[in-house]
Design a protein around this ligand. Structure first.
Ligand code: UT7
Length: 327
C-alpha cells in the first residue's frame, strides 16, 4: 500500500512595508518603465528590523495550519527552505518549531536558494512516504533585502521578502473523490549543476570572509539557463507521472521574471491563463516565491481541490526542480 503526501492547507506572509518601482527609482538609477518591461515587477515587500525570516515563516505556517484545520502539536516534521537564515545556526526551522510549540519532532533547513521550496518539498515528501514522519510543514521564507547591494541596480530591483508554507499529511492511497484520481504529490524531480555556482552567489560567508556578504548575479546568463532547465525538468516530471502536459490545470512557477515565465509556458504550450503570476506584486522572493504564489491562487479560488498543479523553480547553484501535485 503506497503512502502519498497530501496537501492539507497553505499559508503565506509578507512584510508590512511595500516598495514600489517609483520609490526605488529615487534610490538607484532605474525607472518603473525599465523594471516593468524587463521583469514584470511593480512592487516588492521589504522586512522591517522586527520582521525576520523566522517571524515571516512562523506567520505563514500558522495560516497554513489554520487552513488545514489542524493543531501545530500534530506536526512531526518541519523542513524550511531559506538562503537568509536568522542566524548561521541553529536552523531557522528550530526557531519556527519553538514558536509554534510543536517541539520534539524533526526540524531542519534546506539551502537551495530559489529552488529551496522544491528541494524542501522533495525531502519532506520522501520522509512522509518512507514513514519517518506523518505530518509536515514545508516552508520557504526569505529576507533577501538584507543581502542586497542597494547600490547595484542590476540586482536590487529584482528581489523581495516573504514566506509561504504548506501542510502535508501522509495518507495511504489517497484519492480525489470527484475524479477518483490519486491525490497528493505525484512526482518530483530535482537537479543541480555546480559548474555554474558563480553566476548567482553571495560574496561572503562564515567560512570564507566571516561576513554575510551581498548577492551577485550575471542575470543574462541565468535567464538563458532558466528557460532550458525549467522546460526539461517539467517534461521529466510529466513523464515520471505518466500524464500529458495538457492535463495540467495550473503551472505555479518560481516568480523571478515574467519573461522567464512566459518563455517557459510558451515552450511547453501552456496558455498564459493557466500560469499563476505574482512576480508583479512580490518580485523574486527566492524560496518563498512558489508557496506564496500557490497560496495566492488557492485563496482567490483559482486552484481548487482535485486540480493538477505543477510547481517549478530554478536558482543559484544552479539548482532546479519541479513537482506535480493533485491538490
Ligand atoms: O531566481 C533565480 C533566478 N534569477 C533569475 O531568473 C534572473 C534571470 N535574469 C533576468 O531576469 C534578467 O536577465 C534581468 C532582469 C536580470 C536583466 O534583464 P536583461 O534583459 O537580461 O538585461 P541586461 O542584463 O542585458 O541589461 C540590459 C541593460 C544594460 O545596459 P547596457 O549594457 O545595454 O547599456 C544594463 O546596464 O539594462 C541595464 N540595466 C538597467 N537599467 C535600468 C540593468 N539593470 C537596470 C535597472 N534599471 N535596474
Amino acid at each position: 500500500m503506497m503512502r502519498r503526501s497530501v496537501v492539507l492547507g497553505t499559508g503565506s506572509a509578507l512584510p508590512r512595508r511595500k516598495l514600489g518601482n517609483e520609490e526605488l527609482a529615487r534610490m538607484v538609477d532605474t525607472s518603473d518603465e525599465w523594471i516593468v518591461e524587463r521583469t514584470g515587477i511593480r512592487n516588492r515587500h521589504v522586512a522591517a528590523p522586527d520582521e525576520t525570516t523566522s517571524s515571516l515563516a512562523t506567520e505563514s505556517a500558522k495560516r497554513a495550519l489554520e487552513a488545514a484545520g489542524i493543531d501545530a502539536k500534530s506536526i512531526d516534521l518541519i523542513v524550511l527552505a531559506t538562503a537568509t537564515p536568522d542566524q548561521t545556526f541553529p536552523a531557522t526551522a528550530t526557531i519556527v518549531q519553538n514558536e509554534l510549540g510543536c517541539n520534539g519532532g524533526i526540524a531542519f533547513d534546506v539551502a537551495a536558494v530559489c529552488s529551496g521550496f522544491l528541494y524542501a518539498l522533495g525531502v519532506a515528501d520522501s520522509m512522509l512516504v518512507s514513514g519517518a514522519a506523518n505530518r509536515a510543514l514545508v516552508i520557504g521564507s526569505e529576507t533577501f533585502s538584507r543581502i542586497l547591494d542597494w547600490e547595484d541596480r542590476t540586482t536590487c530591483v529584482l528581489f523581495g521578502d516573504g514566506a509561504g508554507a504548506i501542510v502535508l499529511e501522509a495518507r495511504t492511497e489517497p484519492l480525489d473523490e470527484a475524479s477518483n484520481q490519486p491525490r497528493g504529490v505525484l512526482a518530483t524531480k530535482l537537479h543541480a549543476d555546480g559548474q555554474h555556482n558563480q553566476l548567482l552567489y553571495v560574496d561572503g560567508g562564515p567560512s570564507t570572509t566571516g561576513t554575510v556578504g551581498k548577492l551577485r548575479m550575471k542575470g543574462r546568463e541565468v535567464f538563458r539557463h532558466a528557460v532550458t532547465n525549467l522546460t526539461s525538468v517539467l517534461l521529466e516530471v510529466v513523464e515520471a507521472a505518466g500524464i500529458s502536459t495538457e492535463e495540467i490545470d495550473w503551472l505555479v512557477p518560481h516568480q523571478a521574471n515574467a519573461r522567464i515565465l512566459d518563455a517557459t509556458a510558451r515552450k511547453l504550450g501552456f496558455s498564459p491563463d493557466k500560469v499563476v503570476m505574482t512576480v508583479d506584486q512580490h518580485a523574486n522572493t527566492s524560496a518563498a516565491s512558489v508557496p506564496l504564489a500557490l497560496d495566492a491562487a488557492i485563496r482567490d479560488g483559482r486552484i481548487k481541490q482535485g486540480d493538477l498543479v505543477m510547481l517549478e523553480a530554478m536558482g543559484g547553484g544552479f539548482t532546479w526542480g519541479a513537482s506535480l501535485i493533485r491538490i
